[in-house]
Write a new protein. Structure first.
Length: 277
């Protein structure tokens, strides 16, 4: 086991991360663990019928556990559906029972059913209602501790711009990601008296299994065929796609004391994608 640095910026803190089995969620877990935080990792680890690409499984979550433990941090991992408030609260409580507290929340779990005709309800339920459930599961303990804290909602560039297609899943995705901005702003005000900061992060395309799969590539090809030109998904900076670690770096800053007076903001980590719109 690799010992973590004794001077880690997040040493002594505990972070709840949803969608932690792979992709951005795993990157958040590893970065915060490297900074000294212990982790409560939650993931569904099952398939959702409207999602046409493979979702994470229990083996993926076990991989996150192994990698976090190699940093020297502790981790409690549970399978739970963010759509199920009771199951999510039980996972939260399991983390509290073992780790004793929660200081940080990274509400990351999300799906992108895009062209799925029946994708609207699932993407709203996971990407928006699931985030609401995540916040509500964590804030009683955070308030009772009396030490403040930081909540980061992982939205998207699609939460700041009207990008998408006529497909129900794509419209639902943009609506849910825009909805996170409303959640963030309300909770930033509600929780400010408790010194709990709330912000949202808005990535452009990130190289994760949610984006880098045959289904999404086929959807983009179909949009190109319909319009005669590929959709403009380019960034201003000369980079085609971001890495999960790029987003995790921004989250690590937001949850640290270096951003102790930053709350209520929408932070694009998008290589200039939004600025081009």
């Amino acid at each position: 086991m690799t010992a973590r640095p004794s001077g880690g910026a997040l040493r002594g803190k505990v972070a709840l991360i949803t969608g932690a089995a792979r992709g951005q969620g795993r990157a958040h877990a590893l970065r915060l663990a490297a900074d000294g935080a212990d982790i409560i990792a939650v993931d569904l680890c099952e398939q959702i019928a409207s999602v046409p690409y493979p979702l994470a499984d229990a083996e993926d979550l076990a991989g996150t556990v192994k990698l976090v433990e190699e940093t020297g941090s502790r981790i409690v991992a549970r399978q739970a559906d963010v759509r199920d408030q009771a199951a999510l609260s039980a996972a939260m409580q399991a983390g509290l029972d073992e780790l004793g507290r929660v200081d940080i929340v990274v509400a990351n779990a999300g799906i992108a059913p895009m062209a799925a005709a029946d994708g609207w309800h699932d993407v709203i339920d996971v990407n928006l209602t699931g985030v609401y459930h995540t916040i509500e599961a964590a804030i009683p303990a955070m308030i009772d501790q009396g030490d403040g804290g930081s909540i980061v909602l992982i939205s998207s560039a699609a939460g700041l711009a009207g990008i998408g297609s006529h497909d129900a899943g794509a419209i639902g995705y943009a609506a849910a990601k825009h909805g996170l901005v409303g959640l963030m702003r309300v909770y930033a005000n509600l929780l400010a008296p408790h010194s709990i900061r709330v912000n949202s992060v808005h990535p452009a395309g990130v190289d994760t299994p949610m984006i880098n799969n045959d289904y999404v590539r086929g959807w983009l090809a179909e949009l190109t065929a319909q319009t005669g030109a590929p959709p403009d998904m380019g960034n201003a900076l000369p980079v085609q796609i971001l890495q999960p670690e790029d987003i995790a770096n921004a989250v690590a800053w937001l949850v640290s004391d270096a951003a102790r007076y930053v709350t209520g903001i929408t932070l694009p980590v998008d290589a200039g994608f939004i600025n081009k719109r």
